[in-house]
Design a protein around this ligand. Sequence first.
Ligand code: NAD
Length: 310
Amino acid sequence: MYKVGIAGAGAMGGRIGTAIKQAGYDVTLIDNWEEHVNRINEHGMEIQTETDTYTVEIPAVLTKDVSEKFDLIVILTKSMQSEDMLQHLQEIGCIHEDTAILSMMNGLGHEERLSKYVPLSQIYLAVTMWTAGLRGPGQLLLEGEGSIDLQRADGQNDERTDFILNVFNEAKLNAQISQDVFKSIWAKATVNSVLNPLCTILDKTIYEVGSYEASNQMIRPLVEEIVAVGIAKGIDLDAQALMDKVESTYPKEAQGLHYPSMHQDYTNGRLTEIDYLNGQIAAYGKELNIPTPLNTLITHLIHELEMKIQ
Ligand code: NAD
C-alpha cells in the first residue's frame, strides 16, 4: 500500500496528514514533540472547524523512532528544522529511490537545502493557500478553504507528480500541477516577507499595518528589492502585481484582523522563519551582487527581537 509520511506534524502537517488519512491512505505523522505524539496516539487528532468537531485516528511517531519506508514524505516542519529531519530520515532508511519528497513549507531555497540529502529529481515543491492552527498538543483548529500548486523541483513532472496530485485531490485538498511553481513560491514569499516581519516588529495586525498612511512608501521599495533579486534568479515577477497581492490582504474581511504566523511564533517564544524569507532574499542578493538593504535590515531586526527569546 502507498505509504505517506508527514515529516513535521504541527498545524499544517496535521491538516494535510489527517485529510490524506481520511481519504483512506496509510499515513504516519512524524514529529519531535513528545506530548503531541503521545496525545495523538492516545486520543486521535482532535479537530475543530468553524462548524464541527471530530477526531481522526492516525498513527504518530517520534522522529527518533520512525522505521518505515515511505513512498511520499511531505515536509512540514518549520523551515529551520527541515534539513535535520530529512537527513535523519535518509540515514535511517525511510527513503527509497522512488520516494517523493514534497516540501510544502513557506519560504525560499528549500530545493537547494533538501537536495543535499536526496537527488533533485525526487524533490517536489508545493505552495499552499490552506492554513491551520494548533489549539494545543493533538488539537487542530481548521478554518477556511485552500489550494495546493505543485511541481517537481527540476520542472520535469513525472508519474509521481500525477500520483501526488491524485492523493491530494482524493483528500479534497484542491491540488493542481503548476507549470511554474517557483513563481507562486516567490509570490507567497514576497507577501510573507512584507507582512510577517512588519506585523511582528510593529506588533500590529495586517489591517493596522495597511492603515498607516505611508505604508505604501515603506512596502513598495521592499517589494521592488525582492522583485529585483527574483528576476535575477530567473523568476517571472511583477512588482505592481505583488503590491496588489499585499494590499488585497489588508481589509478586515480578508486577512486584516490576523497577526501573521511570525508574530504568533515570536509571541509564543519560538524562533521565526525570517532566514528563509527576507534573510534568503538578502543572501541571494549578496550572491548576485544586488543590494538588499531593506531585507537585510528587516532580517537583523527580527533576529534582534529573537534574542529576547533565546
Ligand atoms: P507548527 O509550529 O504548527 O509546527 C511546526 C513544528 O513545530 C512541528 O514539528 C510541531 O510539532 C512543532 N511545534 C509546534 N508547537 C510546538 C510546541 N508548543 N512545542 C513543541 N513543538 C511544537 O508550524 P506550521 O504552522 O505547521 O508550519 C509548518 C510549515 O508550513 C512552515 O514552513 C509554515 O510557514 C508553513 N505553512 C503554515 C501554514 C499555517 O497556516 N500554519 C500555512 C502555509 C504554510
